[in-house]
Design a protein around this ligand. Structure first.
Ligand SMILES: [Ca+2]
Ligand SMILES: [Ca+2]
Ligand SMILES: [Ca+2]
Length: 249
């Protein structure tokens, strides 16, 4: 009996609580169906807003990527055009170089022909009056009986655009010695003893042109060379002595 009574009392209590809760919800405007509807609507709105936001972000990124792609394409196009222009320029420079080389070769050949022509015409030119021609060169032989020192003889030649004769072959030696008994030639060791040099600065190559026993630098005072008709060889003598002379041009 006591158990039955307790069960009934709990049912009554739960019913009382439910009734009181129902009364409170009614009191504060609580309507279950309306609340569910608002929550669903809010969720839908939030979802919609989120979707719009995502779409906006995607659209923005797509636009930015598209813009970057466009800039890259323009840059590539510009670089390609520059590369093509440089290639054309290099090709043109190569052509110019080839043409310049050809022109230079033509000019060089023309210049060489002109030099040859001038050399020929010079060779054909007659020597000055009173000068003799030998193997394309002009020679002046001083007047018989007129003599000068080596330095004075050289001065005479230089004043006429020539210098004392430089003898390099036996033929030239024979040509020079036929004129006088003793003749100054353009050979000396005045700068350095026993270092015989021609007036153009070149060394005496052939020692076979000296007379036997010469050069002997007699009394340490023989620094200029003469050639005599009788010996047909060179001899060193004091430069102050006076002889005939021969110029060559
Ligand atoms: Ca000569
Ligand atoms: Ca000497
Ligand atoms: Ca001597």
């Amino acid at each position: 009996m006591s158990v039955t009574f307790s069960s009934k009392s709990r049912v009554v209590q739960e019913a009382t609580v439910n009734l009181m809760a129902s009364d409170n919800r009614s009191k504060y405007g609580w309507r279950p169906q309306l609340s569910v509807w608002w929550i669903g609507a809010a969720a839908a709105c939030l979802g919609f807003l989120l979707l719009i936001l995502i779409l906006g972000v995607v659209a923005h990124n797509s636009k930015a990527i598209g813009h970057q792609d466009s800039k890259c394409e323009n840059r590539i196009s510009s670089l390609t055009a520059d590369r093509d222009a440089l290639r054309d320029e290099r090709y043109q420079l190569k052509l110019d170089s080839i043409n310049l080389t050809k022109e230079m070769e033509v000019l060089r050949d023309t210049l060489q022909e002109e030099v040859n022509r001038l050399n020929l015409s010079k060779k054909d030119e007659p020597c000055q009056e009173g000068w003799k021609t030998f193997n394309g060169k002009c020679y002046y032989f001083s007047t018989s009986g007129v003599t000068r020192s080596w330095e004075s003889s050289r001065k005479y030649c230089k004043e006429r655009g020539a210098d004392l004769v430089i003898i390099t072959t036996k033929e030239e030696l024979n040509f020079v010695v036929q004129s006088y008994r003793v003749t100054w030639i353009g050979l000396s060791d005045r700068e350095q003893e026993n270092s015989w040099k021609w007036v153009d600065g070149s060394d005496l190559i052939d020692d076979g042109f000296w007379q036997v026993g010469e050069p002997n630098n007699h009394q340490n005072d023989e620094h200029c060379a003469e050639v005599s008709r009788s010996a047909k060889r060179f001899n060193d003598v004091p430069c102050e002595r006076k002889f005939s002379w021969a110029c060559e041009n």
